[in-house]
Design a protein around this ligand. Structure first.
Ligand code: HEM
Length: 157
């Protein structure tokens, strides 16, 4: 059984690596979803987007493991306003990712039935708006994390 410091360090490293990977996927999607996407772009996009959900799930597991079993403990985070703001921002990112994922699945299916398929330009513009909104909500999270880690926003009496 690893000691507390080792568990804390391991979870902190995993947390940061997962977060950077998710940010990388978001940046990839913003870069690749554009007018004039190629067939290869679609294939790569569908493959990469599947990782989005997997990484988000892993972030939830590792994040809550840190909050409950490591760092400062659940009694600290459960009464911290910035912790809950961070959870709300992460939830918003998740909700905003639903529409792009649905579109990507629909595009992949359409492409499987028709090799010449190209999405409507209006669809691409819409998906890009969702991706940028996700990026904006995502950017709030490290700010909330830094505040919560330093004891700002405590609602403890
Ligand atoms: C369910 C999701 C998440 C949970 C439960 C969670 C929980 C935590 C916990 C417990 C810490 C330790 C804070 C401390 O040292 O006191 C932490 C740190 C951190 N988290 Fe998360 N996290 C989640 C998702 C995210 C996401 C999506 C991001 C980035 C977009 C993020 C960014 C950070 C950063 C940058 C730190 C380091 C803060 C610092 O030490 O200044 N977290 N998180």
């Amino acid at each position: 059984m690893p000691d507390f410091a080792t568990t804390d360090l391991t979870l902190a490293i995993a947390h940061h690596l997962l977060i950077f990977s998710l940010a990388g996927i978001l940046a990839f999607e913003v870069g690749v979803i554009r007018l004039g996407m190629t067939r290869e772009d679609f294939v790569r996009l569908a493959r990469v987007d599947a990782w989005y959900g997997i990484l988000a799930g892993a972030i939830i597991v590792v994040g809550f493991s840190r909050a409950i079993f490591a760092a400062k403990g659940w009694a600290y985070y459960s009464v911290n306003m910035f912790f809950w703001a961070k959870m709300a921002a992460f939830g918003a990112v998740g909700l905003l990712s639903i529409a792009p994922t649905m579109r990507i699945i629909r595009w992949r299916r359409a492409l499987a039935g028709d090799a010449a398929f190209a999405p409507a330009p209006a669809d691409i513009v819409k998906v890009r708006r969702f991706l940028w909104a996700e990026a904006a909500a995502f950017a709030l999270i490290p700010a909330f994390a830094a505040a919560m880690a330093r004891g700002y926003g405590s609602m403890a009496q």
